[in-house]
Design a protein around this ligand. Structure first.
Ligand code: PMT
Length: 412
């Protein structure tokens, strides 16, 4: 155990809540390491956790009776669950299963562990562990986003071999690493009393645009709208009044967001202009760069012997560049996205300058598991004097990080 972990955790009272996953056995080692660092540890277990490890094992390692149910009159006499929730300087849930994360995110209190987490005022950390598909599922990503939005510290999971023989993100972070994170981070950030963008007006564009050629055909692109919708949702959770200008996508409107549906680049331009003035504009839409010079009111026919068809296209307005130049828009921050297949950093910085942006978020497209359509992404944000990497993660979580960065850049 490093001397710094020992110094940071010595004397801390840590309530370890163990969830029902195969990784529960690693929490035994966690107790040992926390105690080595000088922390006092009490353990509470879900019913599922007791299927994997016995309370007796935790009792032996923690040196304290282990709590397993709300309905234990002897335990309640010794230290009631509310008293235990007050006793803790910090609460750590490890492993945090998908089910447990969902119940914590939604404030359920239907067993001892969830009741303790709801009743405590101590900072809460969760160390998720589950199958990689469950971790990537949008429901889990949304639950994690809800928790992080409330100031819960999420530790891991790690990417690697999983118990069921598969591999991917979902491994419980190693006990030593969890202890190091707890020690390094001090107390997790308290949930903001107000959202980071409280009261701000934010306009977000999302999805593709469709440029109609004739009544049956259009030019479009692969944008699903997931990234832009995630940004709109994250901004709304941080207290912003959000207008989401959405191209043709099949996504639910995020709670608290006003949505305006459009189809073409020209319609998106008009809807964005109508949503201004605002404090922040985020252009996450993949706006078509070209549109047919003329719409054919009747279906374009195959010509006699012709093997090719030339389309006459004209440039669309650059909505982002126009917005950034508008002095009457009241904007404090204009954020663009850049979808690139190569030279990502160079092209992104060129767009930052050419379009007079405050921030540009570059993502690599054309690789599996990132960019268009995927639930995940990896991005780098650039501003004139800096940059920040966002490693691969679900778009919902990246959007939370981006909104935090936007809030920071607004203060800069
Ligand atoms: O929708 P998803 O499936 O989740 O995919 C997400 C995404 C990859 C589409 C998204 O993260 C992203 O990168 N969006 C921007 C894609 C894009 O159009 O990049 P660009 O480099 O062509 O455009 C640069 C910027 O100019 C963008 O902010 C774009 O909104 C804006 N633009 C471009 C052309 C135009 N006529 N008007 C614009 O406003």
């Amino acid at each position: 155990m490093s001397p710094s972990a020992t110094a940071a955790l010595a004397g801390q009272r840590i309530l370890l809540c163990v969830g029902g996953g195969i990784a529960a056995y690693k929490s035994l080692e966690l107790v040992r390491r926390l105690r080595e660092a000088g922390a006092e540890v009490q353990v509470a277990m879900t019913a599922g956790a007791q299927q994997f490890v016995t309370p007796l094992s935790f009792q032996a390692l923690s040196g304290q009776p282990v709590r397993t149910t709300l309905w234990d009159s002897a335990a309640e006499q010794a230290m009631g669950h509310l008293e235990l929730a007050r006793w803790a300087d910090r609460v750590l849930v490890a492993p945090a299963t998908a089910d447990l994360l969902a119940r914590l995110a939604h404030g359920l209190a239907d067993d001892l562990v969830t009741t303790l987490c709801l009743a405590t005022e101590a900072p809460l950390s969760v160390a998720p562990a589950m199958n990689h598909r469950m971790w990537r599922h949008p429901a889990t990503a949304a639950n994690v986003a809800l928790l992080t939005g409330r100031g819960v510290q999420v530790i891991g999971p790690d990417d690697g071999p999983l118990a069921e023989g598969e591999s991917g993100p979902g491994r419980l972070r190693e006990p030593e690493a969890i202890v190091a994170v707890l020690a390094a981070g001090g107390a997790p950030a308290a949930p903001p009393a107000e959202g980071l963008l409280q009261g701000m007006r934010v306009v977000v564009s999302a999805g593709p645009t469709y440029e109609d050629l004739d009544p049956v055909r259009y030019l479009g692109n692969r944008s699903s709208g997931k990234m832009g919708f995630a940004v709109a949702a994250a901004a709304a959770r941080q207290g912003a009044q959000v207008v989401l200008v959405a191209g043709p996508v099949h996504l639910e409107t995020p709670p608290g967001v006003r949505r305006v549906d459009v189809r073409s680049a020209e319609q998106m331009r008009e809807a964005v202009a109508a949503a201004l003035p605002a404090d922040v504009y985020v252009g996450a839409a993949a706006v078509a760069d070209y549109t047919p010079r003329a719409f054919s009111p009747s279906k374009i026919k195959k010509t006699g012997t012709g093997q090719t068809l030339a389309l006459d296209l004209v440039r669309t307005p650059d909505i982002l560049a126009e917005v950034a130049q508008r002095e009457d828009a009241g904007l404090k921050l204009v954020v663009g996205f850049a979808a690139e297949t190569d030279n990502v950093a160079d092209y992104a910085r060129q767009k930052l300058t050419a379009k007079h942006l405050d921030l540009i978020v570059a993502n690599r497209v054309g690789v599996p598991g990132s960019g268009f359509e995927s639930d995940d992404n990896a991005m780098t944000a650039y501003w004139p004097a800096g940059e920040r990497d966002f490693p691969p993660a679900p778009k919902v979580r990246l959007a939370e990080g981006l909104v935090e960065l936007i809030a920071q850049r607004l203060q800069a």
